[in-house]
Design a protein around this ligand. Sequence first.
Ligand code: HEC
Length: 111
Amino acid sequence: MKTIGMASVLFVITFTAIVAISLNDLEAAEKTGEQLFKEHCSVCHPEGGNIINPKKTLMKKDLVANNIKTSDDVIKTMRTPGPGMTAFDKKTISDKEARNIADFVFKKFNK
Ligand code: HEC
């Protein structure tokens, strides 16, 4: 009886851990560019602006003026930013997430 009790406890712990890990992955995989932007970028770029350097907003005219024309350019900025911006490595924002954010930036602010 005692052995069965122990086995059930272990089973429940293992099961819970697996569910927790899968939920975690699911959450990471399903975040949209908009959610990621709110999480990582909007502190300094609220509404696509720039609270630190007002000449470098995420609006089209500034991006073009600063030679940021494609999603790849935005991702490059995230990986190796200019002065005052946090660098985001692949552990913080995966390539796929970075792509989602970049696409969101162009869709949302590229007017
Ligand atoms: C701590 C504040 C801060 C955070 C957080 C931040 N940025 Fe920035 N960002 C800046 C500053 C400051 C600049 C201007 C840097 C420079 O002088 O080149 C900038 C510039 C940029 C530019 C170039 C804009 C232009 O017109 O030249 C892009 C694109 C950009 N950020 C995207 C992002 C994205 C995407 C995120 C989130 C993943 C992010 N930033 C998070 C502060 C921040």
